[in-house]
Design a protein around this ligand. Sequence first.
Ligand code: DX5
Ligand code: ZN
Length: 217
Amino acid sequence: MRKILSPSILAADFWILGEQIAAVEREHVSYLHIDVMDGTFVPSISFGIPVIETIRPHTKLFFDVHLMITEPERYVEEFAKAGADLIDFHVESTQDPAEVIRKIRACGKKVGITFKPATPVSAILPYLEQVDMVLVMTVEPGFGGQKLIPECLEKVRELRRICDGRGLPTDIEVDGGITRENLREAMDAGANVIVAGSAVFKGDVQDNLRALCPLFD
Ligand code: DX5
Ligand code: ZN
């Protein structure tokens, strides 16, 4: 499977966000992970639609939008219009995950489903055939710069086994606490899309990307 790095702009320097996104693109990365937090589903508030709309015309990067908001069904169309290519929503954030999936598809966008560390893999299994990607949170959602919870990689292994067993080409993304040191372990567990916030944007972005990129397609 194609191995993809998805740098999370939550850790970027917003004063020079445009420059940092251009640096990502220069190193031939193709994805950008965009964390939207509403202060209700998770304790913190990040940024939303105006930021996505502002950066969309300036980059060809694939926008992997991770919604950490309650009732995502209310906002799917707006995020799609703003420029999301894939919309990830939390199975815990809605009464009707199937309806969220239907709405994302109706907008012609790719679908990702995600779940918190305490939620079992079984919670997303009913939707597995209907999504392009499963995002396995490897930290508690809400903040960048946390340590990866090693038990979450067991969920990656379980999911990859299930996808292989069902013959599904589903992308499995990991998000939270990824470093140069534990990246391979996450890939070996079966993840092929890797979110990295601090590992890309803290320190020198170009140096970080040059160290990370050889591990990706
Ligand atoms: C956490 C976010 C992550 C975060 C990752 O809620 O979903 O995408 O930005 O940041 P790092 O890589 O610093 O753990
Ligand atoms: Zn995220």
